[in-house]
Design a protein around this ligand. Sequence first.
Ligand code: SF4
Length: 269
Amino acid sequence: MSPMKVQERQCRSILSPSGIPGADYSLNPYIGCAHNCAYCYARYMQRYSGHSEPWGSFVDAKVNAPQILVRQLRRTPSNASIFMSSVTDPYQPAERRFSITHRIIEILSSLPYPLGIHTKSALVERDISLLRRFRDVSVTFTIVTGDERAASLLEPGASPVAERIRVLSELARAGIGTSVFIGPIIPYITETGIQDLLGRIASAGVRHIMLDDLHYLPRLQDRLFPALRAYNTGITERYRAIPKDYYQQIARIVLEFCRSHTIECRILF
Ligand code: SF4
């Protein structure tokens, strides 16, 4: 793995019109992501970043993002929803040093904009007191497996799964809306121990689960397959012929669990 290159950058805009359902704008406080997930779709945005280093080995911190946000919000309707973040993790390790996400949340906490946060980092716990001030906020954690060894190979820079679930509990206890995104489903990994994982998610007070299948497999193979083979040497052989109804089978398990635990479930495929 190449050494991590972290640098400061000035941005000219911080709110981008979003095509994500339920989000009018996306807000990315960083470029690049040290979580370095083996299935990351965002790394295909790298060509717009000016970086040639491998994904996961660079992070640019948009240090003037809070000031630019204040300026952009002056001409943004007060009911516009904001999603943080679509092509980075707003709570990745660099956030400990730069606190850009923290300052952005501080600004938004006194304004009416609905905010959705998506992360794999327990660092969001630091901002619970600010998040409690929002009228409309939700925090979503991605969790694709309950197996810590698989997670550490697939998402090497992210928080352990147990930490994510603990923070979900803390957020729910603080009255902040939480959800879990099981996506992408990683064939022959996600299904192992899924009942146990769902039980832990439900015990953390989560009332909303989203599920998505794995897209772009041919493009992801160069990063995904080595991580999968490190977990189980023969597993990628099974990727040659994933049964047509494979994802539907996983969806049925999750839907059934959600029905019996009064959890709202959205299947995105
Ligand atoms: S946390 Fe998200 S943006 Fe970061 S590497 Fe993982 S999938 Fe990509």
